[in-house]
Write a protein that binds this ligand. Structure first.
Ligand code: DX5
Ligand code: ZN
Length: 215
């Protein structure tokens, strides 16, 4: 059964309280919060202040995806805001191991996010240290994009690498997840499905979450 992590990026920010209530009542497992700095990715979203508001609105884990440069400078702020999981991009971290240690020493689960062009093999020497791999299935920066088909191959490779080594790392797929492709993504070996537009632009978001959950 998939862990479902709706991405609040696609929610209506005029109705943060209602959207949070809907997710709380739904079968969603995590709140996925996308942080963009206008440098690592071309878009700007929101920062720790908004994460803190969502933290107050739910008891579900807050899964914070940092699409920012120098994430180490902000890890403490996101911890203070109530992040439970903090994912950093491998492409933004020349000292990735240090970032992972910092996140874990702050008491958060550590995730490493990889862009579509970044090989799964680049995770080889950190895989045993981390809790989550956030595999981007679109180029990060925007919601509502199409799933990049080659991701399927990368999921299978990563599943094999994790299983062969007997690790418990979760594979989280982020971008372009729909009701149509969710089951093949799961069959390839994913554990967590992030879904923004599929959830928040559906006529009945709770039912959509339940459908994703039932796959
Ligand atoms: C993209 C973000 C995603 C995004 C997913 O940069 O990391 O989490 O919100 O949105 P959808 O599900 O609409 O592709
Ligand atoms: Zn994300």
């Amino acid at each position: 059964m998939a862990i479902i992590a709706p991405s609040l990026l696609a929610s209506n920010f005029l109705k943060m309280e209602e959207e949070s209530k809907m997710l709380n009542e739904s079968e969603a497992d995590w709140f996925h919060l996308d942080i963009m700095d206008g440098h690592f990715v071309p878009n700007i979203s929101f920062g720790p202040m908004i994460v803190a508001f969502f933290r107050k609105a739910t008891s579900k884990p807050c899964d914070v995806h940092l699409m920012i440069e120098h994430p180490g400078n902000y890890a403490q702020q996101f911890k203070n805001a109530g992040a439970d999981h903090l994912s950093v991009h491998i492409e933004a971290c020349p000292h990735l191991h240090r970032n992972i240690q910092q996140i874990q020493s702050l008491g958060m689960k550590a995730g490493v996010a990889i862009n579509p062009h970044t090989p799964v093999a680049s995770l080889t020497d950190v895989l045993h240290e981390i809790d989550i791999v956030c595999m981007m299935s679109v180029n990060p920066g925007f919601g509502g994009q199409h799933f990049i088909p080659h991701t399927m191959e990368k999921i299978k490779q990563l599943r094999k690498m994790i299983d062969e080594r007997g690790l418990k790392v979760l594979i989280e797929i982020d971008g372009g997840v729909t009701l149509e492709n969710a089951s093949i993504i799961m069959a390839a070996g994913a554990d967590v499905l992030v879904a923004g537009n599929t959830v928040f632009n559906s006529a009945d978001p709770k039912a959509t979450i339940a459908e994703l959950k039932s796959l």
